[in-house]
Ligand binder design. Structure first.
Ligand SMILES: [Zn+2]
Length: 430
């Protein structure tokens, strides 16, 4: 940790004393319509970036003080970037630093990424997280060509070795989703990224996940996206997909409360019955459920809006008494629409509080990796509940296991896409 001591002795602002309010950070880097900005997740607070001739510059003014080195260290906790060969340290301004690989490949904590990394200090990350707790200490955004990004996503979200038609359909859906996000997020000029690298958007783990087969399929489908044929200009749909629908897909408005262009019909899917997550069970005691609800509330103050004030103000005083579910109005679709929680006050046991919550939201609070879908039945045993369900994921758009099976049965990528995205057309945009 020699460099830690060295940079403490240096003038913290160094040669790059740029100050700016973190609330108004211009993204600075010129954005190409074929370049996606992927926010990286799960990073440690010290970053080691290696490569050949890595050019470091300020985002706001790339010409100012461009320095090349084969290694950079970033101390996110203190907001410094350090050049280990000479121990020089520079403060990371709110407008960010840009580290660009001349060879096109760099490694970040031993994982390979392509093209550019833009690093913003922790106050900018905190502003971007909008009050949610983050485990990271700075915001790292990988800027790269959409086509290069897809070469990694194909194995983060799917498996390039699966039937080719299915992988092609998946790549087209993933490209469409990315392009949709790029257009949406850039409506806000202050936005710093287009997609998150987690299941929230699309799982992206850098180049380590890319392989030859996946790259071939990305190249074969280059620039093809799904568009809503009713829009005048070719507009990408928000091409949602999920692991396994469990027999029926659903519409976005049933999950998130708002409709999206291109989604007007549900699909009965006979193809995902063999998915490993097709049948599942999850047990939770009332105590565990309360702990999960409390920690969700504590980690994201935005959730307070969903709960009655009496509960959020003193949630430790309320005891969970019963959990019930309300199914969707359609008899053909037994998905759970809402949860109804009943609480009793610890001091006045007769005082009860009933509250209805959107099931998709609750699924995230109770651990969406275990409460795999909203297609379940719930039974109460004493002060525990057992969820028995089918399928995995939100259930909107393409069912990935269904697509895999369709590919194995010889269906084409057009068959797969028009089955899961009825009424939607493909279009090549580059
Ligand atoms: Zn399915």
């Amino acid at each position: 940790m020699v460099w830690l001591i060295t940079y403490n002795l240096l003038n913290a602002t160094g040669a790059y004393g740029v100050t700016q309010s973190p609330g108004q950070v211009p993204s600075g880097v010129k954005l190409d319509r074929q370049v996606v900005r992927a926010k990286l997740s799960g990073l440690a607070s010290s970053l080691t970036i290696k490569g050949t001739d890595l050019a470091l510059s300020l985002v706001k003014d790339p010409e100012l003080g461009l320095v090349k080195a084969d290694e950079w260290l970033v101390d996110c906790r203190h907001g410094f970037v350090i050049q280990p060969e000479n121990g020089r340290a520079r403060r990371i301004p709110p407008t960010g630093i840009l580290i660009e690989s001349m060879s096109g490949i760099l490694s970040l904590n031993e994982h390979r990424f392509r093209e550019k990394l833009v690093i913003y200090p922790k106050e900018v990350l905190a502003a971007a997280a909008q009050g949610r707790n983050t485990t990271q200490a700075c915001l790292v955004v990988n800027h790269l060509q959409v086509e290069n990004y897809l070469e990694s996503v194909v194995n983060g979200e799917f498996n390039s070795q699966w039937a080719e038609a299915a992988v092609e359909a998946q790549v087209i859906a993933a490209r469409t989703y990315a392009v949709y996000q790029m257009q949406e997020m850039r409506k806000n000029k202050a936005s710093l990224y287009d997609v998150e690298s987690t299941q929230k958007d699309q799982v992206y783990l850098g180049m380590d996940r890319a392989d030859f087969k996946g790259s071939q399929i990305v190249a074969k489908t280059k620039g093809i996206i799904l568009i809503d044929p009713r829009s005048k200009t070719p507009k990408p749909i928000k091409a949602f997909y999920h692991a396994a629908c469990g027999g029926n897909t659903i519409l976005p408005q049933e999950v998130w409360g708002n409709a999206f262009a291109g989604f007007s019909k549900k699909v009965r899917c006979p193809f995902c019955v063999t998915a490993p997550s097709y049948h599942w069970e999850y047990r939770l005691s009332f105590n565990e459920m309360e702990e999960k609800l409390h920690s969700a509330l504590l980690s994201d103050p935005h959730l307070f809006f969903y709960w009655p004030k009496e509960y959020t103000q003193h949630f430790n005083e309320w005891i969970l008494m019963s959990v019930k579910t309300v199914a969707t109005a359609h008899a053909s679709d037994p998905r759970v629409q809402d949860f109804v929680f009943e609480f009793a006050h610890q001091d006045h046991f007769k005082r009860r509080l009933m509250t209805k919550m959107n099931a998709y939201q609750v699924r995230n609070w109770l651990d969406a990796t275990k409460l795999k879908s909203t297609l379940f039945t719930l039974s109460q045993q004493g002060r525990s509940v057992i969820f028995e369900g089918k399928g995995s994921g939100h259930g909107v758009g393409m069912c990935q296991w269904g697509a895999k099976k369709m590919g194995e049965k010889g269906y084409s990528r057009e068959n797969i896409l028009s089955f899961y995205y009825p009424g939607v057309k493909t279009n090549r945009i580059w």
